[in-house]
Every structure is written in C-alpha cells, then in structure tokens.
Design a protein around this ligand. Structure first.
Ligand SMILES: [Zn+2]
Length: 227
C-alpha cells in the first residue's frame, strides 16, 4: 500500500487474494493511511507570516505594521494608522497575542456601539455584549440575551457586519432558525440569502495570521522589517 504526493492511496495485491482478504487489509491499514494523510496535510499548510499591513474593511481603515527588536517584553503601540510592535518580537506567540488584543479593542470600540444602533432600529434589547475571537462563529446569542461577537467581523465589508448583527439580534426573539425567525430577519435584512452566501466567501479573506500559527521562519521577516 502506498500514498502518492496527491494523497491518492494505492493498494496492490496478488491476483489470488480473496476480496474478503483485501477488505480486511484495507481495514487494518486505515489508521496508517489516516496518520500519513494528516502528516502530509500539515506539510502543505499555508505559509503564515506576521502581517505588515492590516485592513479593517468594516471601518475602511488600513494600518501598516512595524516590528522593532528590543529586549523588553512585547508591546503594541498604535499611532496614526501605524502599529509598532516592539520588544522580543521573535516570541511569535507574544506578537500574535498583542495583535489579537488590539483587534478585540477595536471590536469594543466600533462593534459595540454599532450593534446598539442596529438593536434600536430593530426595537430589541439585549443584556450585554462580549467581543471574542471565536474560531468558527461570527456571533452568538444566548437565552439570557447575551450577545457575543467575533472581532474578526472587522475584516468584513460593513453590509455583512450588519447582516450578522440582524441575525444575532433576531435570535433575541427566536432562539432557533424557524420560518418565523427568517421572516423577522427579512424585515431588516431583505437580502439575507444573498448576503449569507457572500459571508461564506468572505470568511476565506480573514487573514491567516488570526487563526493559524505563524511560520517558524518569522525571525527573517522581522529583521527585514526593522526600521
Ligand atoms: Zn443563528
């Protein structure tokens, strides 16, 4: 049994081997195949470099990111659309943390009042809102009327942020995806079907540095970026 570079599994067996025996061999080797396919997919993982530019489409704002090496602990300073990350920037987890904290702060600053505005327009009220960096959800709404928003919404165009807001705020009235729920969504978001499809496409544009570990080759980029 072999696995080629495209991940195709090839089993060659002697012609006198029974079908039952072949099936048995396949079953016995399934863990081996799974293990090797996983190892291969890790090898082809996309290259993730720390960002040198960040565009928050929802706010129509762009930032350039500079890295300054020093012996201090990592910190991030924003000034005039420039983010300066200084300190031990070879500590890639620390860099990622600084960026994530910065993004969540932007979420608090912009997404919270924006959500409040849409809630007023829709005539609904929630208990509170939190800004997180969930891996798989744009937002959620609990039975206790707590709304949670993904700070990554800031990477989407504004009409899709509104789409997510209307969806979550409608859950204040319907904690399900029944036909009544969608009828109420349509009142404030008539294009919800089209926008729902677009949301899936735009999800691919969320920068990899937010969700994936950085490459180990980070050092090189940092050194080139030192100003
Ligand atoms: Zn929902």
């Amino acid at each position: 049994m072999t696995i080629d570079m495209q991940g195709k599994v090839v089993l060659v067996w002697p012609h006198d081997l029974s079908q039952r025996h072949v099936t048995q061999v396949l079953q016995e080797h399934t863990p081996w195949v799974v293990k090797n396919l996983q190892a291969m997919s890790e090898k082809v993982r996309p290259h993730v470099q720390p960002p040198t530019h960040i565009t928050l489409a929802a706010l129509a704002q762009s930032f350039s990111v500079h890295y300054q090496v020093s012996l201090e602990p990592c910190k991030l300073v924003e000034h005039d659309h420039t983010l300066t990350i200084s300190g031990d920037v070879a500590d890639i987890e620390a860099v990622r943390q600084r960026l994530n904290i910065w993004l969540k702060k932007k979420g608090h600053q912009y997404l919270k009042p924006w959500l409040a505005q849409v809630a007023t327009e829709m005539g609904v009220a929630y208990h509170d809102v939190s800004i997180r960096l969930q891996k798989t959800r744009w937002g959620s709404c609990s039975a206790k009327k707590r709304i949670s928003l993904n700070a990554a919404l800031l990477f989407l165009p504004d009409f899709l942020v509104r789409h997510v807001f209307v969806h979550e705020l409608t859950h204040l009235k319907h904690l399900n995806h029944s036909s009544h729920f969608w009828q109420d969504v349509a009142l404030f978001e008539p294009d919800f079907q089209k926008h729902g499809r677009l949301l899936k496409q735009y999800a691919k544009d969320v920068p990899l540095w937010l969700t994936q570990p950085f490459d180990v080759g980070f050092d090189k980029v940092v050194r080139e970026d030192v100003s």
